[in-house]
Design a protein around this ligand. Structure first.
Ligand SMILES: N[C@@H](CCC(=O)N[C@@H](CS)C(=O)NCC(=O)O)C(=O)O
Length: 214
């Protein structure tokens, strides 16, 4: 198995953590990336496989796929143990919903911060920070009676960990004494999560950017 990811890729980090959780023998290759030129030139396998020219891309025999959530689904079908979707249909539906919300509902606010560079003078920044704070409050309430987002540890946790790392980097930080902080500690205690998150933080500091506290 080969996974094409990037040194500062939120979606790539999702796939990297999932592969590590499954204990799969997988070559993780970082495609060319720099803060200045971003993903140019596009890695040839990314250009060949993904019409959107984005990472992550997973290659496994005849399987050549892209989009982090599609990669989750393939990993789960091909390597069912350890399970990373909960057992019951209801919990699975909830975990899938929360994984989707991380990418499609929460992520756009992070993206606003990226575009405004977190400039507090810009009204878009303030509005994105307010949306992020409200989402964190919602997650905090959810985590009051459980260790992980859908009860059992799942892809929903992996997705939210990745997006919240990048959001913290842009200055959107949850209150440290909330349930979310304890969840984050639990996440960072996982052997599959910590190395991926530390590598993202290291890339930031090596490029003279301030990594969020871990
Ligand atoms: N929905 C996609 C998003 C993938 C994505 O946005 N990848 C970024 C890196 S985190 C990328 O390759 N960007 C390069 C580009 O858009 O040119 C997923 O879940 O994998």
């Amino acid at each position: 198995m080969r996974l094409l990811s990037g040194p500062l890729s939120m979606f790539g980090a999702k796939a990297q953590i999932a592969v590590a959780e499954k204990g799969i023998d997988c070559e993780v290759e970082m495609v060319p990336f720099s803060i200045k030129d971003r993903y140019s030139p596009t890695h040839p396998d990314v250009a060949r496989i993904n019409p959107k020219k984005q990472i992550p891309v997973l290659l496994h025999g005849a399987v050549e796929i892209f989009v982090s959530t599609q990669i989750f689904e393939y990993l789960e079908d091909r390597f069912p143990a350890p399970a990373l979707w909960p057992a019951s249909a209801e919990s699975r539906a909830f975990a899938r919903l929360m994984e989707l919300k991380s990418d499609e509902v929460f992520f756009p606010s992070f993206f606003v911060l990226l575009q405004t560079l977190g400039d507090p003078q810009k009204p878009e920044t303030q509005s994105a920070l307010a949306t992020i704070a409200a989402y964190y409050a919602e997650m905090d309430a959810l985590l009051a009676d459980r260790d992980y987002i859908a009860g059992d540890y799942s892809y929903a946790d992996i997705a939210f960990m990745c997006v919240s790392f990048f959001t913290a980097f842009m200055g959107g930080v949850p209150d440290p004494d909330r349930q979310l902080a304890a969840w984050r500690k639990r996440m960072m205690a996982r052997a599959a999560v910590a190395p991926v998150v530390h590598a993202l933080a290291l890339y930031l500091t090596e490029n003279r950017l301030k990594a969020p506290a871990l």
